[in-house]
Design a protein around this ligand. Structure first.
Ligand code: ZN
Length: 382
């Protein structure tokens, strides 16, 4: 058993100084420092947390790639590099996310994710794969964003049926033909249906909410803007309790619009995501995303037609960005990358918050919110 002492523990509703006793799980949380000394007799391995913040491990539910590798590479090598790269940004769990590609490519990627999940053991040093986020290919061609039009198709239940064990979220356009049947199939299997790359009207969204849409993929991006006579997806997001993703790189959404959302939306329903693509952590240059060439210039990834093509955002940077543009208490921002995604995925009984019995996934952050150290299942992985 180990003890992390001299830390400021970030809970979902407060921050308190204290210590944590843990193995691969959190065993005990001690708020008064002196109690730790009394436990000393029991051969505890004591780690000094240096007065840093202790956050739960970050969870990224919309992430394509990093360090030159992408989920669509469909190889164990790519997934391994991705998993090993993520802890430096505080991420301990994630959903590798696909993009619209020919069905054979999607199948290969999903099979690779399944193999990687089966091979994963406690004690591995990379971030944990929680399943897959299938982004497309059942989306609206008009709001394709970085998805190649020729790969966008109408709902195909056969593709999904073989992977219900690993698919956690499907981003789809609720207004397309066959979407309603797809949504009811996915809901029956416990898979989260997320509206995205969509031009759904407000009325279509209300109907989709009743059918089982419960989340919105990268709100504002790849959808019509907010119009006062045509509120659409954004109007639905701001007037219902549906959960939303935000890409808080300050490029995909203007800081003023982020501030608007932070004021208008229940903060418990906001999830920060990166939408990071393979150029993440690398230099400007030419890359590939979803089978299309991408140019990364001054940190911004675009297709030749100028469409934004994923991001180079890391989740720790998203936290720092929100902290900089808002005056929210830190625990409310940390919830957006820990507790809120864990609740969406139905995994908050073991992940996403500091509680006895939960997995010992931690991130130590300094006062500038830079990642100093990361633990997964109680092992230091960064
Ligand atoms: Zn994406």
């Amino acid at each position: 058993m180990k003890v992390l002492k001299n830390i400021k523990i970030i809970f979902p509703d407060k921050i308190e100084k204290g210590s944590i006793i843990f193995s691969d799980r959190i065993e005990k949380i001690i708020i008064k420092e002196k109690d730790v000394c009394q436990e000393k007799g029991s051969s505890l391995d004591i780690i000094d947390g240096g007065g840093y913040y202790l956050s739960p491990g970050f969870i990224d539910i919309h992430f394509h790639g990093v360090a030159g590798f992408d989920t669509m590479d469909a190889s164990q090598e790519a997934l391994l590099h991705i998993r090993e790269s993520l802890p430096e940004s505080g991420v301990t769990s994630f959903l590798p996310t696909t993009i619209s590609m020919p069905i054979e490519d999607l199948i290969r990627s999903l099979e690779a994710i399944r193999i990687a999940m089966r091979k994963e053991r406690t004690g591995s040093t990379g971030a944990r794969i929680l399943g897959c986020h299938l982004e497309g290919p059942f989306i609206n061609k008009k709001y394709k964003g970085a998805h190649a039009e020729e790969n966008i198709i109408l709902p195909d239940l056969e593709l999904i049926k073989n992977f219900i064990d690993i698919i956690k979220i499907v981003t789809l356009a609720p207004e397309i033909e066959g979407a309603e049947e797809l949504i009811s199939f996915l809901r029956a299997k416990g898979i989260i249906c997320s509206a995205g790359h969509s031009g759904a009207t407000y009325e279509e969204m209300l109907k989709a909410l009743r059918s089982g849409i419960s989340h919105i993929t990268h709100l504002f991006n790849a959808m019509p803007g907010l119009h006062h006579r045509d509120p659409g997806i954004i109007g639905t997001a701001l007037t219902t309790d549906i959960s939303i993703e935000l890409i808080a790189d300050l490029i995909h959404i203007h800081p003023a619009v982020l501030q608007l959302v932070l004021q208008a939306k229940d903060l418990n329903q906001i999830i920060l995501v990166t939408d990071q693509m393979r150029a993440g952590t690398l230099e400007d240059g030419e890359y590939e995303f979803g089978g299309q060439p991408v140019i990364v210039k001054e940190g911004i990834a675009r297709l030749a037609d100028g469409s934004l093509a994923g991001s180079r955002l890391t989740l720790d940077q998203a936290v720092r960005n929100i902290s900089r543009i808002s005056s929210l208490p830190l625990y409310k921002i940390i919830n957006m990358v820990t507790y809120n995604p864990a609740r969406l995925l139905g995994l908050d009984d073991e992940l996403g918050w500091i509680r006895a019995g939960n997995r010992a996934d931690f991130v130590l952050l300094d006062k500038g919110l830079k990642v100093k150290s990361v633990f997964k299942d109680g092992l230091r992985i960064y």
